[in-house]
Design a protein around this ligand. Sequence first.
Ligand code: CP
Ligand code: NVA
Length: 323
Amino acid sequence: MQPVKILEHLPSLPLSKHKGKDLLRIDEFDGQELLELLQLAAHIKQMQKHGQPFQPLQGKTLGMIFDKSSTRTRVSFEVGMYQLGGMAMFLSGKDLQLGRGEPISDTAKVLSRYVDAVMIRTYSHACVEELAQHASIPVINGLTDLYHPCQALADMLTIWEQKGKLAGVKLAYVGDGNNVANSLVLAATLLGMDVRVATPVGYELEKSIAEKAKAYAQKSGGKLLLTHDPVEAVTGADAVYTDVWTSMGFEHENEVRMQAFAAYQVNELLVAHADREYMFLHCLPAHRGEEVTAGVIDGPRSFVFDQAENRLHAQKAILAALV
Ligand code: CP
Ligand code: NVA
């Protein structure tokens, strides 16, 4: 994959086949389709930087259901829809009748009569699947306890921009085998990356997801190493990624987690094992002094704000393809 330079026109990519589809898991797309979405995202980003409008969603509306807090997801989806010519509507889960017991199936059918797509951030992935099953419009997963597919696409875009390729790039994830890790590892193995994951015992990637990722790596020519040793994961890495030790919904486990993860901090000693030109990545929000030191996240090898910006561009590509 070559860095994108064309600005005059969008690439002719086979994207119309995605119209009307949901995005619940990143591996609903295969490696080739992910590359096409990344190319679209890169073009949309370049167009925006050069003041060229791209407004395929004029008159379209996105409903955004949030059962958990958000800064990046909420703002980037809302701004993204506006920039694509449409509009987005924030719907707090607890203020919807859903929060008072209205069935998910009825909510899905009603929203399908008003809006052109729904983005949802909630706890249970099964709830999002149920919403998608009953909705006649695309449903986009804005984070569940199991997955964060929009984040993974932005992560791949950020690595591609810096490294000029994805296949063969060494990506280390250190910390909790959580929603962000699951989606990151699925995307990276689909795209042929050399993925190393270091988690404490008891906090590994979900077994079925690790199995799928192994199969994707085999097919794409990538690699997947699962270890409990952060140094093994980070040695020679081109990118070092971590996320919070206590995700939303797991706050009651905080004390136990702080102990379990103490040896998994991404700090100066650990990143000394990475390639000199390594990138530090984090989906944010971050807890300095816990999963990462201030010296690393605020240091010269950190790309976390490019990564946050790329949520906007990646999601505009997703919206343009699905809606
Ligand atoms: N990374 C991410 O999804 O951030 P928010 O929780 O702020 O949306
Ligand atoms: N793993 C984190 C990601 C937040 C964007 C959480 O679920 O809270």
